[in-house]
Ligand binder design. Structure first.
Ligand code: PEP
Ligand code: MG
Length: 764
């Protein structure tokens, strides 16, 4: 059964035309299920009609001619009920409709199953037999499986345009869905970024110079041959001859006409060498995997391995795409912060990642940079989107590949509205963030990239509440030297001077990996992360702190912040190292004052140690991104549980209240630098809780300021009291939004999207 399914999937995905794909499906299903007829009907959501699209066994002339409404016939009933109908005699069904042209009067047994993709009804797949006998359970289960597999294949083909011939209005497809990474809309061209030597991630693409592409391919083959021969020689004395024979098998496969001939042939027809390699290797792998003989089935992994080897050489000779289009939408199976750095900022319009969620670091950076982003688009066939036009709706988390002109027009209007909305906010840039009843709330920014700095100053940031120092570490291929770090930190401190700049010591681990310092763990978020790494590597910590101290000479606006603190001794050890670094730089002749040092409250243990931690440092800052993930036991990167990650969860709100209260009672300033602070609705609550500073991504700063300038602290406290009585995050959110709407600041709420026709808020 698995093999038959694979064959069908393969046949569908290799067809470039809908009719031939459907014809192949009905033929194959009829054959393997030994039925007399197999037919497929598509549903047109605009006209609410079904149309016969392909058949084996019914009158072929009826294809495309026969159509009926959504509730007509047994096919209509299958669609209406969205479940299979399996009957021994179709003619006895009350909804049976006799259609002469279709030629089904000789059939009695009927099994129809709906073809549903992501809750959308695409059509109905039907098998029929003359014999008056219900199809058995196995047959029903098999057809349901085929239909589910087909639904995905057909929907992807329709959405990505990889298959031609879809009739208008058929397939009521929804956009690909993910979660919002950064709001806003972008329309542009998909550029797929591939992790090294991952064959499945190679996008479809055509080449511009066939001769050059062929030469690259031949060169890669030669390199693989040589490396295999060298490996075989090196292992000759260590491996038995039968194991060594594997290298011969590989070498023979490389010379195998079937494999390399097909790849060359596809390159000659205009495909990129990498695309041709992926396609041919996948086909061979599929063929091997379907073989009954276990030995031959095993050859599938050899072909895969060989394919990967050739690919790594092709990628090595690949010219990096220095020519990104001006409207680049960067797509990847898993976007990383380092990938962001590879595209010139003025060309990067949007981001799409199949993995991750709105709380992943790459999404946080994207928000800071104001780049519309969709994360966790798990169904997205990303490798088919290279060069395709795309709409990225970062607000709703939707992606539309190959959109219609109508949709593009609609979204262009949305982009215009958003620009007007942002313009309306600009008037507040130089106004203080002060409530109607005169309560001042300093608004700071979170930074990491140089572009953040410019954007932050443009928006009137009063300081930096979190400078993520790991970003310059991530975009390099080795640890930056102390001097390099000093230069980077100096530019940050100078740009904001005299405003305070809070530099967080290196916070790697979790989802922030350094390619040159891999940390491979089963449970990285509970593992070697943040301060745990740097205390174990005092040389890295000291070099970083020394660089910060030297960079701050003559400026005096540096603050140092420690991430992932869960024990008092970690703070004591870190403080000792900071004092040592200060002595060292002083001994080197640098005059710089000892900076303020603070602790991040981002793990549950720290929540219960606020007073103890506060007594040892100058300030506290809540990292609500991690605190939410650890309190709720919800991985901030996992799209499957993204709906459970909620900063308005009553437990999170209670923890935040506790932190603010404790810090205020011991007289230590407490801020918040998680993403929550940049949500205008959450900012109202945080102010009411008693947070002294809100630090957020630059993109949201003016929105937060606009909201806080229009409310009183007293009203905010009333709203907080009210939501603290509630026990459900969703109810809290909607109660809060309602209260804010009543207070006259509903327009700014993050969950609103401009598609619903909001007008830009008026100034000040
Ligand atoms: C946080 O955890 O809230 C935070 C600000 O740090 P990061 O997102 O970099 O982990
Ligand atoms: Mg954190």
């Amino acid at each position: 059964m698995l093999n038959t399914l694979r064959t069908i999937v393969h046949e569908v995905s290799s067809a470039d035309n809908l009719n031939s794909a459907l014809q192949k499906i009905v033929r194959r299903v009829r054959e393997v299920m030994r039925t007399e007829a197999c037919s497929v009907y598509f549903y047109n959501s605009e006209t609410s009609h079904y149309t016969l699209m392909a058949t084996e066994g019914l009158n072929p002339l009826a294809v495309d001619k026969i159509s009926f409404t959504y509730s007509e016939g047994i096919v209509g009933q299958v669609g209406l009920r969205e479940e299979p109908i399996n009957i021994d005699d179709a003619t006895s069904h009350p909804k049976y409709r006799y259609l002469e042209a279709i030629g089904e009067d000789k059939f009695r047994a009927f099994l129809g199953v709906p073809i549903i993709h992501r809750r959308s009804m695409l059509g109905v797949l039907v098998i029929q037999r003359a014999e008056r006998q219900r199809f058995n359970e196995d047959e029903e289960a098999f057809l349901v499986t085929i239909s589910a597999v087909l639904a995905g294949g057909i929907a992807h083909a329709a959405a990505t345009g990889s298959m031609k011939g879809f009739p208008d209005g058929h397939l009521s497809l929804k956009p690909f869905e993910g979660t919002s990474g950064a709001s806003g809309v972008a329309i542009g061209q998909g550029i797929v970024m591939v992790p090294p030597a991952d064959l499945s991630a190679v996008p479809d693409g055509c080449c511009t110079d066939i001769a050059e592409e062929l030469a690259m391919f031949e060169h890669a083959l030669t390199e693989v041959r040589e490396s295999l021969t060298i490996s075989a020689q090196k292992l000759a004395c260590r491996l038995p001859p039968e194991e060594l024979a594997l290298f011969d098998v590989y070498l023979k496969m490389l010379d195998d006409k079937a494999l390399t001939f097909e790849i060359r042939h596809r390159i000659e027809s205009g495909l990129m060498a990498q695309t041709a390699l992926r396609q041919v290797v996948e086909e061979h792998v599929n063929r091997f995997e379907m073989m009954e003989d276990p030995y031959l089935r095993e050859r599938a992994s050899d072909v895969k391995d060989l394919g990967r080897r050739v690919l790594s050489y092709l990628q090595a000779s690949e010219v990096s795409p220095s020519q990104y289009p001006d409207n680049t939408i960067l797509i990847s199976e898993e976007l990383t912060p380092a990938m962001l750095g590879e595209v010139p900022q003025d060309k990067l319009l949007g981001l799409v990642s199949q993995h991750g969620s709105g709380n992943s670091h790459v999404a946080i950076l994207a928000r800071a940079m104001g780049i519309p982003t969709v994360m966790g688009a798990v169904d997205l066939p990303f490798h088919k989107l290279a060069g395709k036009q795309l709409i990225v709706d970062g607000t709703l988390g939707h992606i539309y590949p190959s959109p219609s002109d109508e949709l593009v027009k609609h979204y262009l209007q949305v982009i215009e509205e958003e620009k007007a909305f942002a313009k309306g906010l600009e008037v507040t840039r130089d106004l203080p963030c002060v409530t109607i009843d005169d309560h001042k709330v300093p608004l700071w920014v979170n930074t990491g990239l140089m572009t953040d700095t410019v954007r932050s100053l443009d928006r009137g940031a009063e300081g930096v509440g979190l400078y993520r120092t790991e970003v310059p570490f991530m975009v390099r291929e080795r640890f930056p030297s102390e001097t390099e770090q000093e230069r980077i930190y100096r530019s940050q401190l100078e740009a904001f001077h005299p405003r305070p700049v809070t530099m967080r010591t290196l916070d790697i681990g979790g989802d922030k990996a350094l390619s040159y310092f891999p940390i491979d763990e089963d449970n990285p978020f509970l593992g070697w992360r943040g301060i745990r790494v740097t205390l174990d590597h005092p040389e890295i910590f000291l070099a970083q702190v020394r660089a910060m101290l030297k960079a701050s000479a003559g400026l005096g606006n540096l603050r140092i912040m420690l991430p992932m603190i869960s024990c008092v001794f970690e703070v004591e050890d870190a403080l000792q190292l900071i004092h040592r670094a200060h002595e060292e730089v002083t001994a080197e002749g640098v005059t710089t004052s000892m900076p303020e040092v603070g602790v991040m409250i981002e793990v549950p243990a720290a929540v219960y140690l606020v007073a103890e931690l506060a007594s040892r440092v100058d300030f506290l800052s809540v990292g609500s991104n991690d605190l939410t993930q650890y309190l709720l036991a919800v991985d901030r990167n996992n799209p499957r549980v993204a709906n459970l990650y909620h900063s308005f969860h009553p437990a999170v709100l209670k923890a935040l209240c506790h932190i603010a209260k404790e810090a205020n009672s011991v007289g230590k300033p407490v801020g918040i630098c998680g993403e929550m602070a940049g949500d205008p609705a959450a900012a109202v609550l945080l102010m009411a809780m008693g947070f002294n500073v809100l630090s957020m991504n630059a993109t949201n700063l003016l929105k937060v300021k606009w909201a806080l300038r229009r409310i009183t602290l007293t009203r905010a406290q009333d709203i907080l009291d009210k939501v603290l009585q509630l026990d459900n995050a969703h109810v809290i959110k909607s109660t809060l939004e309602l209260a804010l709407s009543k207070a006259g600041i509903g327009q700014i709420l993050q969950s609103k999207n401009l598609l619903s026709g909001n007008l830009p808020p008026s100034a000040s």
